[in-house]
Design a binder for this molecule. Structure first.
Ligand SMILES: [Zn+2]
Length: 184
């Protein structure tokens, strides 16, 4: 919220000074009367499976052995399910058949809303085009229970996102070791 306040001190319509109200959740322009609301950027994060294996990817610059589920921002005019299909295909050329939404997580860095999906895809050979350095199918054994220790590391295994993240929750959920994604 402070990030949003700091970057919205003037009205985007008329340039007037914005005053924040209702606990800071509304910015009101005294000059033209328009109200401004906090920006939230929806993104999908998706555990893609072919029914047996999981399809994580690696971004350039990540530490060795670090893998995570695929993610991307929802574009204007898209439903989140369409984002899942588009992002997975853009990043890996793998074709999603269906997806479901088990839960989400607000990520205030600075204003993302992560929509966590599970997708069933064709067992296509992944091909990356630069956004990802690598993407490939992993079996349950390769993801492995030892790799799901709380520090996220395993000497010879893969490195996963920290336990607090929805990325980790999606992987554990797929693996069959995680709890529900969204607290009741
Ligand atoms: Zn204004």
């Amino acid at each position: 919220m402070l990030h949003w306040h700091a970057r919205n001190r003037h009205c985007g319509v008329c340039g007037g000074v914005v005053a924040f109200d209702r606990g800071g959740f509304v910015g009101h322009c005294a000059q033209c009367g328009n109200d401004h609301y906090p920006r939230v950027d929806p993104a999908v994060i998706v555990a893609v499976s072919d029914g047996e294996r999981l399809l994580p990817g690696r971004q350039p610059g990540w530490p060795p052995r670090r893998w995570s589920v695929l993610a991307g921002f929802v574009e204007p005019g898209e439903a989140p399910e369409q984002t899942v299909v588009r992002e997975v295909h853009e990043e890996t050329r793998v074709r999603v058949q269906s997806c479901r939404y088990p839960g989400g997580q607000p990520l205030p860095f600075p204003g993302a809303l992560m929509l966590g999906f599970e997708a069933l895809a064709h067992a296509d050979d992944p091909r990356v085009d630069g956004e990802l350095e690598e993407a490939r199918w992993f079996t349950r054994e390769e993801i492995g229970l030892p790799a799901l220790r709380r520090d996220g590391s395993e000497p010879d295994g893969i490195l996963l996102a920290p336990p607090i993240s929805i990325a980790r929750a999606l992987i554990e959920h797929w693996h069959g070791t995680g709890a529900a994604l969204t607290p009741a």
